[in-house]
Design a protein around this ligand. Sequence first.
Ligand code: DQA
Length: 146
Amino acid sequence: MQILLAHGPNLNLLGERKPEVYGTTTLLDIEADVAGVANARGAAVLCLQTNHEGRLIDALHELRRVVDGVVLNAGAWTHTSVALRDAIEAVELPVVEVHLSNTHRREEFRHRSLIAAVCIGQVTGLGREGYRVATELLLDYLEGRR
Ligand code: DQA
């Protein structure tokens, strides 16, 4: 079993970007957390972060037969990208949407997710811990337990 952990724009700056909202955890910390959870369950993790929307869409296309599922924090593209929504739908991979912050407690434009309807679930506002939850959920789903 192999999963993709994908991050969208500005998430390479985790740890220094708005720590009052996103905490001091770095992207490397998150990648290590997800790898820890997945490896303990016998799954491998591929990690990707990109600030280029087309790169993320290309990666979903290229990896659609390589990985079994995706943990995705699409950052701001969550709220803007019909193209990303269509890509998730097209590749037919199970995707769990993750946000560090509780987007529903923030500006109104963050309340709507364009990708939620094509994801198997959403974990929002649990900070770093949300990725562990999302990874367990995805693996449970892939193992047919959900
Ligand atoms: C985010 C929430 C988004 O609204 C924002 O654009 C981000 C990060 C989160 O993890 O809380 O870049 O996805």
